[in-house]
Design a protein around this ligand. Structure first.
Ligand code: PXP
Length: 255
C-alpha cells in the first residue's frame, strides 16, 4: 500500500524568530532542510495577525520550495488577492480566530457554501489547487465537493486527543477519519490529513486508505529544537575557539 507523503509546516520556525523580531531562524532555510530530508512539500500559514509567517516568507518560500508549496489561509478577500498573486501550488482554506492558539476546528463549508464556492473559484481560476480543512464529517465532505474543491484536509485534532486517552478512543476517531476519507475519495476528492500529528500517533493514520499528504508542523519543530541543540552548542563552542577574526576597524583607521 502506498504511504502518504509528508509536507512539513514551518510556521513555528517563524514563531521562534518573531519572538525576537530577528532574521533567524529562517523558515525558508528550514524548508530547504526538510526537503533535503525527504519532505514532499512545505506548508505555511499566513495568518491575518501575522503572528509567525510573514508576507516576505511566503514570497521567498514560493521561489525556494522545489516540491509542493501549500499556503494555508483564511477565506478573506485580502488573502485571496495575495494568493492569486503568489500562486502557490495549493491553497488550504482554514478558519481563523484571533485569540486561538492554533486552528481549533475545521471550516464550516456546509454552513456557508456560497462564500466557500466563490473563494474556491477565485483561486482555481489562477491554477491554484484548493484544499478545504474540514472536520471528518460526511456533510462537510459532501459540501466540499459541491463547492468545487480539489482536496479536503481532514482535521486530525480529535484523533490526536483521543490517542492520548487510549487505544479504544483512538480507534473510534480512526474509524471516523476512514469513513470521511472513503466518502471523499468516492467523490473524486484528494484527501490530506493534518493537525496534532506526532511521532507517536502518526503511524496509525498512515494505514488509512487513499491519503495523499500529511501536514505536520509543531511536533517536528519541537523535536528539531532538541535534537539540534547539541550540535548548535558544539558549533558555538567551535566558533569561540576558532582563530581570531580580523578586528573591526577603529574609527581612526587603526586595526
Ligand atoms: N493542517 C492545518 C490546516 C493547520 O492549520 C495546521 C496548523 O497550522 C496543521 C496542519 C499542522 O498542525 P500541527 O502544527 O499540529 O502539526
Amino acid at each position: 500500500m502506498r504511504r502518504p507523503a509528508l509536507c512539513v509546516n514551518v510556521d513555528h520556525v517563524a514563531t521562534v524568530r518573531q519572538a525576537r523580531l530577528e532574521a533567524v531562524p529562517d523558515p525558508v532555510e528550514a524548508a530547504g532542510l526538510c526537503e533535503s530530508a525527504g519532505a514532499a512539500g512545505i506548508t505555511a500559514h499566513l495568518r491575518e495577525d501575522r503572528r509567525h509567517i510573514q508576507d516576505d516568507d511566503v514570497r521567498r518560500l514560493r521561489r525556494a520550495v522545489r516540491g509542493r508549496f501549500n499556503l494555508e489561509m483564511a477565506a478573506t478577500p485580502a488573502m485571496v488577492a495575495l494568493a492569486r498573486r503568489l500562486r502557490p501550488d495549493e491553497a488550504t482554506l482554514v478558519p481563523e480566530r484571533r485569540r486561538e492558539l492554533t486552528t481549533e476546528g475545521g471550516l464550516s463549508v456546509a454552513g456557508d457554501p456560497a462564500r466557500v464556492s466563490a473563494t474556491v473559484a477565485a483561486l482555481r481560476s489562477r491554477g491554484i489547487q484548493v484544499s478545504l480543512f474540514i472536520d471528518p464529517d460526511l456533510a462537510e465532505v459532501e459540501a466540499s465537493r459541491g463547492c468545487g474543491a480539489d482536496t479536503v484536509e481532514l482535521h486530525t485534532g480529535a484523533y490526536a486527543r483521543a490517542f492520548s486517552r487510549g487505544p479504544a478512543a483512538a480507534r473510534t476517531q480512526l474509524r471516523r477519519l476512514e469513513t470521511a476519507a472513503r466518502r471523499a475519495a468516492g467523490l473524486g476528492l484528494r484527501v490530506n490529513l493534518g493537525h496534532g500529528l506526532t511521532y507517536d500517533n502518526v503511524r496509525a493514520v498512515c494505514d488509512l486508505p487513499g491519503i495523499e499528504d500529511l501536514n505536520i508542523g509543531h511536533n517536528i519543530v519541537a523535536r528539531a529544537c532538541l535534537v539540534g541543540m547539541e550540535r548548535a552548542t558544539r558549533e558555538m563552542l567551535a566558533a569561540m575557539r576558532s582563530a581570531p577574526a580580523a578586528r573591526p576597524a577603529t574609527p581612526g583607521g587603526r586595526p
